[in-house]
Every structure is written in structure tokens, then in C-alpha cells.
Design a protein. Structure first.
Length: 116
């Protein structure tokens, strides 16, 4: 699997950590969001929203959104972090939604020029 990612991204890092923890090999494909590589035609074809992370399988299946990618990886690994029991699963969704929003905000803030 390929992960299109940016080294300093708070939405990419959890995926790299979780894949490592669950023994899933990722081929890391750097996308420099500071120089605008996320707006290239090739990357835009992968994610029209022009955001990392994007996970890409060898058969062409691709997935955006950090929390969706984490759940997909947990399903593939049969990991308890993504439980089948409805209430436990709903709690994971609630916690991940909060984490994703604040991580994404932190990421955008860190890219803003000083003083803005
Ligand atoms: N909701 C998305 C947010 C992804 C996101 O904000 N990615 C940032 C890096 S942390 C990005 O690619 N920014 C590029 C840009 O703003 O042009 C997710 O959770 O995956």
C-alpha cells in the first residue's frame, strides 16, 4: 500500500504509527504541501480536495480522510481498535471525530505565515 503523506502532518502521522503497530507495510510517497505539490494534476486526480493523507492500494483503490484510513487499516488487521459492537464502535467514531477536527486545525495553523 502507498501512503501519500507529508512528514509534518498531524493527519498522516497516526496512519504511519498505526500501520507500523499492526505490521502493515506502507510505501511512503512524500507530498510537499508547503510547496503546493498537493495541487498537482496527478495528486488532484487522487484527491480532488488536494489534502494528504491518501492511501492507495495496488489494485487502484484509494481512500482519503485520516479516520477512514485508520478504520480501514484496523479492519484489514482485525484490530480491536475498531470494534464491531455498536456502542463501542460509536464511541470510537465520537473520539476520532474530535481528534480529526483538532488535528486538522493544528495542521492548518502551522502552515499559516507568522502573524496571520
Ligand atoms: N479531514 C482531512 C484533513 C486533511 C488535512 O487537513 N490535510 C492537510 C495536512 S494536515 C493538508 O493536506 N493540507 C494541504 C492544504 O491545506 O493545502 C483528514 O482528516 O484527513
Amino acid at each position: 500500500m502507498k501512503l501519500h503523506y507529508f512528514e509534518g502532518s498531524t493527519t498522516c502521522r497516526p496512519i504511519v504509527i498505526f500501520a507500523t503497530e499492526t505490521g502493515q507495510k506502507l510505501q511512503l510517497v512524500p507530498v510537499n504541501i508547503l510547496t503546493g505539490e498537493q495541487t498537482s494534476p496527478a495528486f488532484t486526480a487522487l484527491n480532488p480536495n488536494q489534502l494528504v493523507p491518501v492511501l492507495e492500494e495496488a489494485d487502484g483503490f484509494s481512500l482519503t480522510e485520516c479516520s477512514a484510513i485508520l478504520k480501514y487499516l484496523a479492519d484489514k488487521a482485525g484490530h480491536a481498535a475498531w470494534p464491531a459492537e455498536p456502542r463501542a464502535r460509536a464511541e470510537v467514531i465520537a473520539r476520532m471525530r474530535g481528534g480529526s477536527v483538532s488535528a486538522s486545525r493544528r495542521c492548518r495553523r502551522s502552515r499559516r505565515p507568522a502573524g496571520r
